[in-house]
Design a protein around this ligand. Structure first.
Ligand SMILES: [Zn+2]
Ligand SMILES: [Zn+2]
Length: 119
Protein backbone atom coordinates (compact mmCIF):
# COMPACT_ATOMS: atom_id res chain seq x y z
CA UNK A 1 0.00 0.00 0.00
CA UNK A 2 2.90 2.40 -0.26
CA UNK A 3 1.37 2.82 -3.67
CA UNK A 4 -0.47 5.70 -2.11
CA UNK A 5 2.80 7.38 -1.24
CA UNK A 6 3.78 7.34 -4.88
CA UNK A 7 0.74 9.37 -5.70
CA UNK A 8 1.34 12.94 -4.78
CA UNK A 9 -2.07 13.89 -5.92
CA UNK A 10 -5.21 12.57 -4.23
CA UNK A 11 -6.60 9.37 -5.62
CA UNK A 12 -9.77 7.29 -5.36
CA UNK A 13 -9.84 3.76 -4.01
CA UNK A 14 -10.79 2.46 -7.43
CA UNK A 15 -7.92 4.25 -9.09
CA UNK A 16 -5.51 3.02 -6.46
CA UNK A 17 -6.82 -0.47 -6.93
CA UNK A 18 -6.26 -0.30 -10.67
CA UNK A 19 -2.66 0.68 -10.09
CA UNK A 20 -2.02 -2.05 -7.55
CA UNK A 21 -3.74 -4.72 -9.59
CA UNK A 22 -1.45 -3.88 -12.44
CA UNK A 23 1.42 -5.11 -10.27
CA UNK A 24 -0.34 -7.68 -8.14
CA UNK A 25 -3.40 -9.33 -9.61
CA UNK A 26 -4.30 -11.06 -6.35
CA UNK A 27 -5.20 -7.83 -4.66
CA UNK A 28 -8.87 -7.18 -4.20
CA UNK A 29 -10.80 -3.96 -4.13
CA UNK A 30 -12.23 -4.84 -0.72
CA UNK A 31 -8.67 -5.10 0.61
CA UNK A 32 -7.90 -1.68 -0.71
CA UNK A 33 -10.95 -0.27 1.04
CA UNK A 34 -10.10 -2.08 4.26
CA UNK A 35 -6.56 -0.74 4.25
CA UNK A 36 -7.67 2.75 3.43
CA UNK A 37 -10.12 2.72 6.33
CA UNK A 38 -7.39 1.45 8.60
CA UNK A 39 -4.98 4.13 7.42
CA UNK A 40 -7.66 6.71 7.88
CA UNK A 41 -8.13 5.64 11.51
CA UNK A 42 -4.40 5.91 12.04
CA UNK A 43 -4.47 9.28 10.33
CA UNK A 44 -2.04 8.21 7.66
CA UNK A 45 -4.49 9.08 4.96
CA UNK A 46 -7.24 11.59 4.84
CA UNK A 47 -10.55 11.19 3.07
CA UNK A 48 -11.62 14.05 0.86
CA UNK A 49 -15.36 14.07 0.56
CA UNK A 50 -16.60 15.16 -2.77
CA UNK A 51 -20.31 15.27 -3.01
CA UNK A 52 -21.19 13.21 -6.01
CA UNK A 53 -18.58 10.51 -6.49
CA UNK A 54 -16.69 8.01 -4.41
CA UNK A 55 -14.37 9.29 -1.74
CA UNK A 56 -10.89 10.31 -2.66
CA UNK A 57 -7.92 9.66 -0.41
CA UNK A 58 -4.68 11.48 0.05
CA UNK A 59 -1.74 11.14 2.36
CA UNK A 60 -2.38 13.05 5.53
CA UNK A 61 0.95 14.79 5.47
CA UNK A 62 1.91 18.25 4.67
CA UNK A 63 0.53 21.68 4.92
CA UNK A 64 -3.01 22.84 5.06
CA UNK A 65 -4.17 23.14 1.49
CA UNK A 66 -7.23 23.20 -0.72
CA UNK A 67 -8.59 21.22 -3.61
CA UNK A 68 -9.70 22.01 -7.10
CA UNK A 69 -11.93 19.31 -8.44
CA UNK A 70 -13.04 18.40 -11.95
CA UNK A 71 -16.78 17.81 -11.93
CA UNK A 72 -16.62 15.41 -14.85
CA UNK A 73 -13.76 13.04 -14.09
CA UNK A 74 -13.23 13.92 -10.41
CA UNK A 75 -9.56 14.63 -10.89
CA UNK A 76 -8.32 16.69 -7.98
CA UNK A 77 -5.41 19.03 -7.75
CA UNK A 78 -4.15 20.54 -4.53
CA UNK A 79 -3.76 24.26 -4.08
CA UNK A 80 -1.85 26.35 -1.60
CA UNK A 81 -4.05 28.20 0.83
CA UNK A 82 -4.82 31.71 -0.42
CA UNK A 83 -6.61 32.76 2.74
CA UNK A 84 -3.96 33.24 5.39
CA UNK A 85 -3.74 36.99 5.11
CA UNK A 86 -7.48 37.28 4.85
CA UNK A 87 -7.85 35.29 8.06
CA UNK A 88 -5.45 37.56 9.88
CA UNK A 89 -7.23 40.62 8.65
CA UNK A 90 -10.55 39.13 9.68
CA UNK A 91 -9.24 38.33 13.14
CA UNK A 92 -8.18 41.93 13.58
CA UNK A 93 -11.51 43.21 12.36
CA UNK A 94 -13.83 40.84 14.17
CA UNK A 95 -11.72 39.92 17.22
CA UNK A 96 -12.58 36.32 16.50
CA UNK A 97 -9.94 33.68 16.81
CA UNK A 98 -10.32 31.89 13.53
CA UNK A 99 -9.57 28.20 13.82
CA UNK A 100 -10.45 26.73 10.51
CA UNK A 101 -11.94 27.31 7.12
CA UNK A 102 -13.02 25.24 4.20
CA UNK A 103 -12.61 26.07 0.57
CA UNK A 104 -13.22 23.73 -2.30
CA UNK A 105 -13.20 24.74 -5.94
CA UNK A 106 -15.11 22.94 -8.65
CA UNK A 107 -14.63 23.12 -12.39
CA UNK A 108 -13.84 21.24 -15.55
CA UNK A 109 -10.27 20.11 -16.12
CA UNK A 110 -8.49 20.78 -19.44
CA UNK A 111 -8.75 17.13 -20.46
CA UNK A 112 -12.52 17.13 -20.01
CA UNK A 113 -12.82 20.55 -21.60
CA UNK A 114 -11.19 19.19 -24.73
CA UNK A 115 -13.57 16.31 -25.07
CA UNK A 116 -16.70 18.13 -24.03
CA UNK A 117 -18.11 19.21 -27.39
CA UNK A 118 -20.93 16.75 -26.70
CA UNK A 119 -21.57 18.18 -23.23
ZN1 LIG B 1 -11.83 16.14 -15.84
ZN1 LIG C 1 -6.81 27.39 3.65
Amino acid sequence: MNQLAQNVRPISAQELFDQIRYQNSKYRLSTVYRNLNLFEEKKIVRRINIDYKESIFELALGEHHHHLLCMKCAEIITLDCPLKEYEEELQRKTKYTILDHKLKLYGICPKCNNRSETF
